[in-house]
Design a binder for this molecule. Structure first.
Ligand SMILES: [Zn+2]
Length: 281
């Protein structure tokens, strides 16, 4: 299929249809390729969004780097230099732009540009990948929004915060055991290791939350290029995640045999009595 040529003007026109207002603080998950051929590439997408959000607005993206000591190829985390991993071309570009602020978390850092960039990213203790205090809880304090652009809604990191706040919390168990239980962090005296307290895990089941919110008219979906943009309030995502976890503590655990995280987490929930032996898909 021929890829659509998306000019900056058209990108702006389409993104202006989304529920994004001047002054908003927005966490964006994104994919560039799915939009088509974008004139000016990732920078155009960032420029257009920053224009829409205006001087009082803030755009934040994941800059996750997964600097676990046991992960092959891991370099000691330095927020100034460590590249992101699997966050997409737009997020990677934002992290590297002049004026971007990056939080100092070795696995789950965020980068932001705009009025509240420092408020969102300045305080991100190693012990809190997602839980309070973190850029996600700061986003909630600002009544922020979550934008999914060209990437579906699976990479919904706000739901890892819901998992961390759930009655039956399982994120002390590793996402990938081979990555180990320590971070590797750069320091003037050489690499140091610090224990991992929170392991945000599998997101295979996360799309259900966006689907439920759209059914309830809490959120919007608009076409952008060859893909679409979804916008939700961060609070609505968190509330729906917590509601679902309360009803079914293993709601977000998948049955994919290749998933290293969900099986042990389900066994743990059984051992706590949170779920019964037989748990339906
Ligand atoms: Zn899984």
């Amino acid at each position: 299929m021929e890829r659509l040529r998306l000019t900056k003007d058209r990108l702006k026109q389409e993104l202006s249809q989304c529920d994004l207002k001047p002054g908003d603080s927005v966490l964006m998950h994104s994919g560039l390729k799915a939009l088509g051929w974008v004139e000016g590439g990732a920078d155009s997408v960032i420029d257009v969004l920053l224009e829409l959000l205006g001087p009082q607005g803030t755009l934040m993206v994941p800059a996750f780097s997964y600097c676990y000591a046991g992960r092959p190829g891991t370099v000691p985390f330095d927020p100034k230099t460590t590249p992101g991993s699997r966050n997409g071309a737009i997020a990677d570009r934002l992290r590297q732009r002049t004026g971007a602020v990056r939080s100092a978390h070795p696995s789950h850092s965020f980068a932001a540009i705009g009025k509240n960039a420092h408020f969102l990213c300045d305080h991100h203790p190693i012990e809190h990948a997602v839980s309070d205090p973190s850029p996600l809880t700061q986003l909630l304090a600002l009544h922020g929004k979550v934008l999914f652009l060209g990437c579906g809604t699976q990479s919904n990191v706000m739901l890892h915060l819901a998992e961390a706040l759930a009655d039956f919390r399982y994120d002390h168990l590793p996402f990938r055991p081979i990555w180990g239980e320590e971070y590797l962090i750069a320091s003037p005296d050489g690499p140091i290791r610090r224990p991992v307290r929170e392991h945000p895990g599998c997101d295979n089941h996360f799309p259900m939350v966006a689907e439920l919110l759209l059914q309830e008219k809490k959120g919007s979906c608009h076409p952008v290029g060859m893909s679409e943009a979804f916008v939700f309030s961060a609070e609505d995502i968190l509330d729906k995640g917590l509601f679902l976890l309360k009803q079914k503590p293993d709601i977000f655990l998948c049955h994919d045999p290749s998933c290293e995280a969900c099986g042990p987490r389900r066994e743990y929930l059984k051992s706590c009595g949170a779920i019964s032996e037989v748990s339906a898909e």
